[in-house]
Design a protein around this ligand. Structure first.
Ligand code: FES
Length: 104
């Protein structure tokens, strides 16, 4: 079996390019590489604190799963507003980690 080629994604605002894999959620990739993304529900898709904005590559991402779709609907997410814990890395994604207010 051919080894899978590595994929790279970028987290803003630091413009950190990190190696990722299709088997790892965006949250797992961020935490493994030292990028701070809040995740108060532990990645279960219930808190919304891992919300990020996909700046480039939204077209490569699958549709929201049921968990994410419910939250996106409730909280009126923009199309490029996605939950890190419910999505997997895709080559070339550029992801804006929003500044957090005290309400997040
Ligand atoms: S970590 Fe709670 S929704 Fe993603």
């Amino acid at each position: 079996m051919k080894p899978k080629s590595p994929i790279f994604i970028t987290f803003l605002p630091e413009a950190r390019v990190v190696e990722a894999s299709h088997e790892e959620t965006l949250l797992e990739t961020a935490l493994r590489t030292g990028i701070e993304i809040p995740h108060s529900c532990g990645g279960n898709g219930t808190c919304g604190t891992c919300r990020v904005l996909i700046q480039v590559g939204l077209n490569k991402m699958p549709l929201r799963n049921e968990i994410e779709a419910e939250m996106a609907n409730d909280r009126k997410f923009e199309a490029n507003e996605r939950l890190c814990c419910q999505n997997f890395a895709q080559e070339g994604l550029i992801i804006q980690v929003p500044e957090r207010s005290s309400e997040d």
